[in-house]
Design a protein around this ligand. Sequence first.
Ligand code: SF4
Ligand code: SF4
Length: 163
Amino acid sequence: MVLGAGNVQVCTAAMTYGFKIVQEMISGLSAWMDSKGFRTLDEISGRAVPNVTDWQYLNLNHITKARIDQDLCIKCGRCHIACEDTSHQAITAMVDGERHFMVKEEDCVGCNLCVNVCPVENCIDMVTLAPGEKDERTGEIVSADYANWTFHPNNPMSTKIAE
Ligand code: SF4
Ligand code: SF4
């Protein structure tokens, strides 16, 4: 809706949790709007549109890694399954014979998927690496410079010179 939709629909959530999930979505949206001071849907509709950009203009030197708060983790395993099967196999399930979920920084690409599937609020954070830090996945030092896909060295079709 913040991208301008006047209505939304869900499928998988209703199949998994039943139609009651719709009531929870309504009360959740209402609570969120109250916390932000919005009174009507018109006030949020389309509000994020100015932030939309083409993916090729995203800063590829902005590197994030998922971090799991072990004190909050209930060991449900959802993050492991999601990352293992559909992302980059970057979350453990067992460590030293114990059920333990931690991010392997050398494999994490910062896709954010695990945050979306974790049922515990704030259990998984995306942490931004500061310029000068080493990205354990690529072995590269994080640059402070903006570099999008049109001129990033990873792009073999790059035609532009860095601006
Ligand atoms: S951010 Fe993506 S790659 Fe990193 S641990 Fe989470 S799901 Fe895996
Ligand atoms: S999804 Fe969240 S709570 Fe479940 S194992 Fe992963 S980090 Fe822990």
